[in-house]
Design a protein around this ligand. Structure first.
Ligand code: YOG
Length: 134
């Protein structure tokens, strides 16, 4: 049985979100607002189907995918760059590769204890976030 990421998760800490945003070319004013946000994630997992709704006071983002099936991402409200994304399992980690204009773009989710981890990568930058169950 794979790990179950389902639930409502609140951001508790974030490391190098600034570096990640810089790598994505997010402008100063937007970064200033974005780094103060405490997003909430609602993850629904049913077999190989996932949806992840990330909500914040400023912008929100929704994504839906099936393991191993490539999909188009528009990153609307984020950096707006389109990419082809695919999510696979790496043991108990959920790994998304986002192919597009930016090298080495993607994210990884895993659970440790009662915490949900998210690593966001773009070019040389890695941002690590920790979420706790709401
Ligand atoms: O999550 O890809 O759970 O989609 C990354 C923000 C900030 C907007 C958030 C809004 C990148 C302004 C999505 C933050 C910076 C800054 C809340 C992370 C871009 C713009 C939406 C993500 C995955 C994995 C699912």
């Amino acid at each position: 049985m794979p790990v179950d990421f389902s639930g409502t998760w609140n951001l508790v800490c974030s490391d190098n979100f600034e570096g990640y945003m810089l790598a994505l070319g997010i402008d100063f004013a937007t970064r200033k607002i974005a780094k103060r946000l405490k997003p909430q994630k609602v993850i629904e997992q049913e077999g190989d189907s996932f949806s992840i709704q990330t909500t914040s006071a400023f912008r929100s983002y929704f994504v839906q995918f099936k393991i191993g099936e490539e999909f188009e991402e528009d990153n609307k409200g984020l950096d707006h760059r389109k990419c082809k994304s695919v999510v696979t399992w790496d043991n108990d980690k959920l790994v998304c590769v986002q192919t597009g204009d930016k090298k080495n773009r993607g994210w990884t989710h895993w659970i440790e204890g009662d915490q949900l981890y998210l690593e966001l990568c773009c070019e040389e930058q890695v941002c690590t976030q920790i979420y706790k169950s709401a």
